[in-house]
Design a binder for this molecule. Structure first.
Ligand code: FES
Ligand code: MG
Length: 569
């Protein structure tokens, strides 16, 4: 195809502007022919030492560059904000939309024709896809890849999942503090993202199922040489995509989002995928809603990885990875175009399962119905979710008395009080942890079991909040209650002693308090004073959408693909 490249509006000009764009780039030693009209490929890198999960991306960028040069393109790497899930306070989620703005404006402002997104840690993949979707150039994702299996005392341990287990074991007196500290080094022993099916590997799996990466991208360990080769092949392919003018929006179609939902169920993926997929869909212009996630409800759990199962991403890779999952889902997946130009089912061609305990066949799953359940009721009029594959079956149908924590400080100060008036049947309710409330909707929804109950052997309880939870976490945890407490949702009106009823099978979450009493409480309700009064965080709180809409900023929804015509000088 001979469509004039986008980059010509920068580098194809014979005037003063063209001189300026080219000359300054040449200070890096790029020859004349780099500007001869060949595809210019941006490599959008979230490498950072403060995002340890993405610390391998410098190497992978070199791999992409090799492929771009080989295919006759010109690669240019640029940094964007990086979001270190385990390092940022109050939560990396507060900044996902800021990363998306950085990515969007960088892609739009520079003279590039296509883009390779290098991300991995939880918020980096969705943040990059949201930004890229709002410009809509040809786009491919290369993920960091998971860390090697964690090891402790000769056994496999999983990122996140075992942190939650170990910290509860310490509280119950079943693990020494010394062992707890020693487990740190063995848990994270190579570059890469969490090697459980946490949010990072969930998003990488979902991206592969959407056809937005090359096949096998999700599971290859970060340090596996084949990931470098995959980066190289991605570099080659993005050059072809520019020539074919195959844009992100032609791959990220409604069918691709539906495939993402199906795949998320089959891999036992993170609840966070819900929020991220809703936000990305909003950018592309696809009207995806919480109810669309119901198509995954009856999909069986096939991937036996923590937190829903027992293995880790390295095992998933050696068992065959996502191509095998796609092959098992062949009767369910929607036809959808991939970055390779063909249909998603081509990713399953030749897929062979090498360990059917790690990746179960469709007719012998780990659990029969793994998809997330969407809950509604007067406690969550706009929806909430629960992840049955990570929950205690018996608690998924439960009615009990609420014990309410008004905010995170209240919870931390009181959860371990010996005289806390709770039993194993109590429903713990946490407020003030939604997008506006915290702000940023942190992963605190899986609040700890009260110490006095831990000692009695209680390991799970129904917990309800407007927060998210880590993709590595487990428990009967109702999340993303919308509207959140700080937006005036009924969650704000719950009082200790109220009865709450959860029915995952009916998709219901109800506060058993009369409308009249709720109206009285609402009249007396006052929102908290905002935590931030300036800067990005203020803009975030003022404009963030609720969880059921993906928690994007309201003015960022949609895209703008118009060319930038004004020059800088
Ligand atoms: Fe970065 Fe888990 S904390 S991927
Ligand atoms: Mg996380």
């Amino acid at each position: 195809m001979t469509k004039e490249k986008r980059n010509r509006a920068w580098y194809g000009k014979q005037d003063r502007d063209g001189f300026i764009h080219r000359s300054w780039m040449k200070n890096q030693g790029f020859p004349d022919h780099a500007f001869d009209g060949r595809p210019i490929i941006g490599i959008c890198n979230t490498w950072s030492e403060l995002t340890p999960c993405n610390s391998g991306l410098r190497d992978l960028a070199e791999g992409v560059k090799r492929g771009v040069w080989e295919a006759g393109g010109f690669p240019v790497e640029f940094p964007v904000m990086s979001l270190g899930e385990t390092q940022m306070k109050p939560t990396a989620m507060l900044f996902r939309n800021l990363l998306a703005m950085d990515v969007e404006e960088s892609i739009r402002a520079y003279g590039i024709d296509g883009v390779v997104l290098l991300g991995g840690c939880d918020k980096t993949t969705p943040g990059q896809l949201m930004g890229a979707a709002s410009v809509d150039l040809p786009t491919i994702v290369v993920s960091s890849g998971p860390m090697l299996n964690g090891k402790f005392k000769g056994k496999d341990i999983g990122s996140g999942t075992d942190v939650w287990k170990f910290s509860e074991a310490v509280r119950a007196g079943d693990m020494t503090l010394k062992d707890f500290m020693n487990a740190e080094s063995g848990m994270s022993r190579s570059k890469g993202v969490c090697m459980t099916m946490g949010t990072a590997s969930t998003m990488a799996s979902v991206v592969e199922a959407m056809g937005m990466s090359l096949p096998t991208n999700a599971a290859l360990p970060a340090v596996d040489a084949r990931r470098m080769a995959l980066s190289h092949m991605t570099g080659k392919r993005i050059v072809e995509m520019v020539e074919e003018d195959l844009k992100l929006s032609q791959v990220m179609t409604r069918a691709a989002f539906e495939n993402a939902i199906l795949a998320n169920a089959a891999v036992g993926g993170s609840t966070n995928a819900v929020i991220h997929l809703l936000a990305i869909a909003g950018r592309v212009g696809i009207d995806l809603s919480l109810d669309d996630f119901e198509i995954g409800t009856d999909i069986p759990l096939l991937v036996n990885c923590m937190p829903s199962g027992k293995y880790l991403m390295e095992d998933f890779c050696y068992a065959g990875g996502m191509p095998v999952v796609l092959s098992e889902l062949k009767d369910k997946l929607r036809p959808a175009k991939t970055v390779l130009g063909g249909d998603i089912m081509a990713y399953a061609d030749g897929a062979e399962c090498y360990n059917d305990d790690v990746i179960r066949p469709f007719d012998n799953p780990l659990k029969p119905a793994a998809g997330l359940r969407v809950l509604r009721g007067n406690l969550a009029p706009n929806g909430a979710i629960v992840k049955p594959s990570a929950a205690t079956e018996a608690l998924l149908e439960h009615e009990g008395e609420a014990y309410v924590f008004e905010n995170i400080e209240d919870m931390k100060a009181n959860i371990d009080r010996e005289d806390l008036p709770v039993t194993a049947d109590t429903i713990l309710v946490l407020k003030g942890c939604g997008p506006k409330g915290y702000p940023g909707m942190p992963e605190v929804g899986n609040m700890p079991i009260p110490a006095k109950l831990v000692k009695e052997g209680v390991r799970d309880m129904v917990r309800v909040s407007d927060a998210r939870m880590s993709g590595t976490a487990f428990g009967t945890v109702v999340l993303h209650v919308s509207p959140e407490a700080n937006a005036g949702g009924n969650l704000a009106l719950v009082k200790t002693g109220d009865r709450v009823r959860l029915s995952a099978s009916k998709g219901a979450l109800d506060l058993l308090v009369s409308d009249a009493v709720l109206a009285e409480r609402r009249a007396a309700w006052q929102p908290d004073a905002p935590h931030y009064t300036r800067g990005y965080a203020k803009m975030y709180v003022d404009t963030v959408l609720q969880a059921d809409k993906g928690a994007d900023l309201d003015f960022l929804v949609g895209k703008d693909t118009r060319p930038v015509t004004r020059e800088s000088h």
